[in-house]
Design a protein around this ligand. Structure first.
Ligand code: BGC
Length: 785
């Protein structure tokens, strides 16, 4: 095998050849970028074609994979960017380089150090998780984060980011919810579009994923999601539709699961009908890693690139091509899309990456984004903390912060700031003996923690340290206030559990009780900081502490970002993009979560997660009634509503104006938001619409726009405007396979949350309108409504 340095310089020479660079072009035949793409494809051998529609494979350290899952036999072992998730096949004689694909949503994921390479390190910035970015409701901020992530790709020699991830938060227990934005498709779509625009502004690509309905992890590689056409279009596809329309991602990643009986990666209805014909997507579609079963069906469906590429797929495609079961035209079509993307990449263009992105500037942005995405859930006069104060800092994660989730969405950052450090840097004094006991406890527990049973599983969480009552009494006497952190970690492969995860563990409840009891009896306040990646139960304990800050998992600058909000340096302005229910059972999808095992082990399953690979099915009986659509329509109580978030000030809403009281083509809405309190702050105004609901049942309200003010000083106002298009009035009608805007009276509701509407106005639409007709149904008949 060639050594790495040698193979890289050879590679660069090949790129120069392909781009007409300084080296003379000695290869005969067409060259990508110089000759028409069709000529380049025509010059390929069938074997080259098969290689090009799949990645160069993935090797696992602890192998144990069946032979068909091994890398395809393509003779390429080049690892230009160690830790990247995959790469495409190169055909040097035609000027085609291989391009590099790497995760993921919270920042670029590559290996930070390289064996035998002392020239430098390759750390990336861990930004806040996507759920937190969405909670900022600030699309400009998210686009800036995207720009920073994109520049890390470009400078580390990566071509396509395997993100953003935009599946819907259907149930609080979804193990990867932290990687996704929201329960609402508009927030999801606009956030994803901003991320795509930011990343792609750097000349690298994105791969919004997982298309579609990969809403939980259990049996994700085999599960069949049975979902009605209306819910599919309005809830699960809508975010992707917005992202494709607004930001034109270079690629899309199909998901592992089936939808209505067909693997998404094998579904022409989804990949060709919906994506390309209905929405005009013109990039390439790649599979999720090892997804689907039938490589020929994937090719035909328009799943152009199989990732990471396996020997089994190579064999299957060879046989199908030879027998005529797979037409070469299908391969050519897919290859053309792959080559289009390859030509846009920095690798193809010979960009000389520096390996020195501006990590300091990106750390500052991570801190800003972390603070903007935190949500103040409760504040009974406890925040901001008057400085200087002495704090009793409790809870394991105060000392060992959870900066993000695990799995492919994890980032290898150079450092992370604990809350202990963040508060100290902000000038607060922490109780020393308490900090010392936590540090010793965490060190010992981590040393004794058994390794997870499988490499892809999480280690068990550390138990909360129990703090003796007399120590808590001492802290209550000697410090000014208590800050207690509750932490949760989750990640790829596994969903969360109710006990000790969605619900607080008994030790956590006991700590809250003991600390609030002791501090309140000394007339002192208690703050709770939630260092979590997904929704938890709060209703049973939320009135005990004086303040609750939902800090999420804020990335590497966690401690600084939290201290910024607690001190008032950055006033809180985030709002929930996902409902916090009172009980888990209140969420309609909990009735069939995560689904049913059908048959025991799946006879077709060749997945790497054999134990979990069973034929399973989940029926989305909740239909379109996901999140606030359910709670507001049924008038059911929530712990914290969709769109809710406090600040250190108050805002008034006035002067709601519609450009017309009759809808003709478009309508403009404006509202004035005024800071009526005594501190500076930013407000997220939300525009909901209530449709007539005569033709189909409609939610009490649906989000159709949102805007965040600049920082308003006390007394300052800003007028925000929104526009409504026919599509905003429409819902999906499965009978006519069209988006229908009903005739009748619509109510515009502008407010501070889905349950705090401040201004309303109505308009009418004279005629029913078929706004867009789309491809036929996706999969089998929908379940009865
Ligand atoms: C995940 C994807 C990820 C891919 C490559 C899969 O297990 O589901 O989100 O992009 O691995 O790491």
């Amino acid at each position: 095998m060639m050594d790495r340095k040698h193979s890289r310089s050879l590679f660069q020479a090949l790129v120069a050849l392909a781009t007409g660079g300084s080296m003379a072009c000695t290869a005969g035949g067409p060259q990508l970028g110089q000759s028409p793409t069709r000529d380049v494809i025509a010059a390929m051998t069938p074997e080259e074609k098969i290689s090009l529609v799949m990645g160069t494979g993935m090797r696992f350290p602890d192998a144990g994979m069946p032979p068909e899952m091994q890398p395809p036999d393509v003779g390429q072992t080049d690892e230009r960017v160690p830790g990247a998730a995959g790469m495409t096949f190169a055909i040097p004689r035609l000027g085609i380089p291989s391009v590099i694909l790497a995760d993921g949503p919270a920042g670029l994921r590559i290996q930070p150090e390289r064996e035998g390479d002392s020239s430098g390190t390759f750390y990336c910035t861990a930004f806040p998780i996507e759920t937190q970015l969405a909670s900022s409701w600030d699309v400009d901020l998210v686009e800036r984060v995207g720009g920073a992530v994109g520049s890390e790709l470009k400078e580390y020699g990566v071509d396509v980011l395997l993100a953003p991830a935009l599946n819907i938060h259907r149930n609080p227990l979804g193990g990867r919810n932290f990687e996704y934005y929201s329960e609402d498709p508009l927030v999801t779509g606009r956030m994803a579009a901003a991320m795509v625009k930011g990343v792609q502004s750097q000349g690298v690509g994105t791969s919004p994923k997982h298309f579609v309905a990969n809403n939980h992890e259990w049996n994700r590689t085999t599960i069949d999601v049975i979902v009605g056409q209306r819910a599919l279009r309005e809830i699960y596809l809508r975010g992707f539709e917005v992202a494709v329309a607004e930001a034109k991602p270079w690629t899309i990643m199909s998901s592992y699961n089936k939808v209505n009986g067909t693997y998404t990666s094998e579904s022409s209805e989804l990949l060709t009908g919906v994506l390309r014909e209905d929405w005009g997507f013109d990039g390439l579609v790649m599979t999720d890693w090892f997804a689907g079963r039938d490589a020929v069906a994937q090719m035909e469906a328009g799943n152009d690139l199989l990732m990471p590429g396996t020997a089994g797929q190579q064999t299957a495609l060879r046989a199908a091509l030879e027998s005529g079961a797979l037409s070469e035209d299908v391969l050519d079509r897919n290859i053309e899309r792959i080559l289009d993307v390859i030509q846009r990449t920095p690798t193809f263009q010979g960009y000389p990456h520096s390996n020195t992105p501006d990590l300091e500037a990106h750390a500052r942005l991570a801190r800003e984004a972390g603070a903007q995405g935190m949500v103040l859930l409760r504040n009974e006069g406890a925040l901001p903390i008057a400085s200087p104060a002495t704090l009793a800092l409790l809870g394991n994660t105060s000392y060992s912060m959870i900066t993000g989730g695990t799995g492919s969405g994890d980032v290898n950052e150079a450092y992370s700031i604990s809350l202990e450090q963040g508060l100290t840097d902000a000038g607060f004094t922490l109780d020393g003996p308490l900090a010392e006991s936590y540090e010793a406890f965490i060190k010992e527990e981590e040393a004794n923690r058994p390794p997870p049973p499988q490499w892809f599983m999480l280690p068990p969480p550390l138990p909360e340290m129990s703090v003796p009552a007399d120590e808590i009494a001492r802290l209550a006497r000697e410090t000014d206030l208590a800050l207690l952190t509750i932490g949760r970690r989750s990640g790829e492969f596994i969903d969360r559990s109710r006990e000790d995860d969605f619900e607080l563990a008994d030790t956590e409840k006991a700590l809250i009780d003991a600390v609030t009891g002791a501090f309140h009896s000394e007339g002192k306040k208690v703050l709770v900081v939630l260092n979590i990646g997904g929704v938890i139960e709060t209703a049973s304990w939320r009135e005990k502490p004086d303040a609750i800050l939902l800090a999420w998992q804020p990335g590497q600058e966690a401690g600084h970002a939290i201290a910024d909000v607690l001190s008032g340096k950055t006033p809180p302005s985030g709002k929930l993009a996902t409902t916090f229910p009172v009980n888990w059972e209140d969420v309609p999808s909990s009735r069939d979560f995560p689904g049913q095992v059908l048959l025991g082990p799946d006879p077709d399953a060749t997945g790497i997660f054999a134990d979990a690979d069973r034929a399973a099915e989940v029926t989305y009986e909740d239909d379109i009634w996901v999140g606030y659509r359910h709670f507001t329509t049924k008038g059911e109580e929530t712990a914290y509503a969709f769109g809710f978030g406090l600040s250190y000030t108050e805002f008034g809403y006035d002067d709601l104006k519609l450009s017309s009281t009759e809808f003709e083509g478009e309508l403009t809405v404006s509202v004035t938001v005024t800071n009526t309190g005594a501190a500076a702050g930013r407000e997220v105004a939300q525009l909901y619409l209530s449709a007539p609901g005569k033709v189909a049942p409609k939610p009490a309200l649906e989000l159709r726009g949102f805007a965040k003010t600049k920082t308003l000083e006390p007394g300052e106002s800003e007028t925000l405007s929104f526009s409504l298009t026919p599509r905003d009035l429409a819902s999906f009608d499965p009978d006519s396979s069209a988006w229908l805007a009903e005739a009748g009276t619509y109510t515009v509701k502008v407010g501070a949350s889905s349950e705090d509407i401040r201004q309303t106005a109505t308009f009418t639409k004279a005629e029913e309108e078929k706004v867009a007709t789309v491809s036929t149904a996706v999969g089998a008949a929908p379940p009865a409504e």
